[in-house]
Design a protein around this ligand. Structure first.
Ligand SMILES: [Fe+2]
Length: 510
């Protein structure tokens, strides 16, 4: 394909569109748009554009008109789509536009205007109609008081991403000091108390969105996000959460979950689903190369059982997805493979791979390990329908793991990959305290490595992200770590890399 001169000057030597210059945002950053701009949920012909208008005290009841514009150039002179939308206190003055009629696989630029000010200019990209390469960053667990969002800064600095896949814990609901104290870093989140009500969650998102590194990541790349538990409350399930305490005045769980869901939809660049109960599972097709299937393993699950409740852990009725989402997942896998799509990527929250033998107590019950029948149904479906080339993208554990995913690591599986049905790639936290900062856990690593033949990589000391590079013949997964979150930095280093050849369902050191 020949490039016009105008396209050429916006393109790097490797063919990726240049990032927006930093000063465009800084020079134009204004009070009205103090929470930045964002885009997300790209499809081949449309993408969600997001911003928030900050209004002066005393006019909170006002309805504000916001103009938006999307163009093919960073100067916004070649307008492709534009419009006017209204926002108000009813939706916390957030603005969401589903900009349609776009071309597939194209980089676009957008901005908003309201109250006489223009927002920073954002950059986004539609999904390709056909692709020979897709690059995605997988990230999770951004804890504002626990440290600086250097991982978001590193992602903002990459020109070579199609999208950022965020698998949850975009915020934490805790009171400051419970899981990270922001006092020393001047990163105490609002409200200081635990977020419980709609107003609390809104203010918590607003705190996070004042972070310049998070704003910059949103400004440069579309996000494809789904929640984990902390967008609601720790260890959430359909009917409650470990950190939901009605006896302490936190009210009804259904109301809290509804408030958390509403604030999520207001503040995140996700396409609004129909209905009022959580439905965040959805899929994205990157040409014929990859189907990204986003799952919600938190909001619709059964309650966790105790780690030693062996009968409960194996109970056949238990679900982690809920019946509708589970059937939807199987339909997505089937239609993806039938369409000839090379890879099926499951963007979800909690560890899927098996780490304890059946019939034994488990280490953690809030992963798929606590929903063994639900996991078996996925294995059954993959095996019976011969669904291949599945990569499970997980987070939640504040540590980095790479697995082959056999039904049993100890029976019918060889470390050469025979018997593996998928691979799993777990992203470390953006800033939450690493898993091994908890006493005693690091000591278990030699044991874990000895008893888990399917475990290819484990690091519980570092924060970072996973970079996926997908072609029709192989998938490359690279772990990038940042050296610190105690001061702002854009340093990073590559810590590990694995390749999965198509058809193999196994990871090999790259
Ligand atoms: Fe987390």
């Amino acid at each position: 394909m020949s490039l016009t001169r105008r396209q050429f000057i916006w393109t790097t030597a490797a063919g990726w569109p240049l990032l927006l210059p930093r000063d465009v945002a800084l020079a134009r950053q204004a009070d009205v748009f103090r929470h930045g701009v964002a885009s997300g949920d790209p499809l081949a012909d449309r993408v969600i554009l997001w911003t928030r208008v900050t209004v002066a005290d005393g006019v909170d009841a006002a309805v504000t008109e916001v103009q938006w514009r999307l163009a093919s150039d960073p100067g916004l002179t070649q307008t492709v789509a534009r419009g006017t939308v209204r926002t108000s206190a009813q939706r916390d003055f957030t603005v969401k536009v589903d900009a349609a009629g776009l071309q597939p696989g194209r980089t676009y630029y957008y901005a908003f205007e309201a109250r006489g000010q223009r927002s920073p200019i954002g950059r986004t990209k539609t999904l390709p109609a056909a692709a020979d390469r897709v690059r995605l960053a997988v990230a999770c667990c951004a804890n504002y008081p626990a440290g600086f969002f250097n991982v978001y800064r590193c992602l903002a600095n990459r020109a070579d991403l199609d999208a950022i896949v965020h698998v949850g814990d975009y915020i934490y609901e805790f009171e400051n000091g419970i899981f990270g104290d922001g006092s020393a870093l001047l990163r105490v989140p609002e409200p200081r108390r635990e977020a419980v009500t709609l107003a609390d969650y809104r203010v918590r998102y607003a705190t996070y969105r004042t972070d310049p590194d998070l704003q910059e990541a949103h400004r440069q790349h579309p996000f494809i996000a789904v929640w984990d538990d902390h967008e609601m409350a720790n260890d959430a399930w359909a009917g409650g959460a470990a950190n939901h305490n009605p006896e302490q005045g936190e009210g009804d769980w259904a109301a809290r979950r509804a408030a958390a869901y509403r604030a999520y939809l207001e503040w995140m660049p996700v396409r609004d689903p129909a209905g009022s109960s959580p439905r965040l599972y959805r899929a994205f097709r990157f040409g014929g190369l990859a189907d990204l299937i986003m799952l919600d393993t938190r909001g619709l699950r059964d309650r966790q059982v105790a780690t030693d409740d062996v009968a409960g852990l194996a109970s056949p009725e238990r679900t982690i997805l809920g019946a509708s989402q589970e059937q939807w997942l199987f339909d997505q896998l089937r239609s993806s493979q039938d369409a000839g799509t090379a890879w099926r990527l499951l963007g979800q929250q909690v560890m899927f791979a098996r780490v304890m033998p059946a019939g034994k107590p488990v280490l953690i019950t809030d992963t798929w390990e606590g929903y063994q029948a639900a996991r078996d149904r996925v294995f059954d479906y993959l095996a019976a329908d011969r669904i291949r080339d599945v990569a499970i993208l997980s987070g939640d554990l504040h540590s980095s793991w790479a697995f082959d995913v056999p039904r049993s690591p100890w029976d019918g599986y060889q470390p050469s990959g025979d018997g593996s049905l998928a691979v799993e790639l777990m992203a470390p936290a953006i800033s939450s305290p690493p898993l091994f900062s908890a006493p005693g856990l690091r000591d278990r690593v030699p044991l874990l490595k000895a008893v888990l033949p399917h475990l290819k990589f484990l690091d519980g000391d570092n924060r970072g992200y996973v970079l996926l590079d997908v072609t029709a013949s192989r998938m490359l997964a690279e772990w990038y770590f940042v050296p610190t979150v105690l001061e702002r930095s854009d340093a990073e280093s590559r810590a590990a890399a694995f390749v999965c050849e198509r058809g193999s369902s196994r990871l090999v050191t790259a």
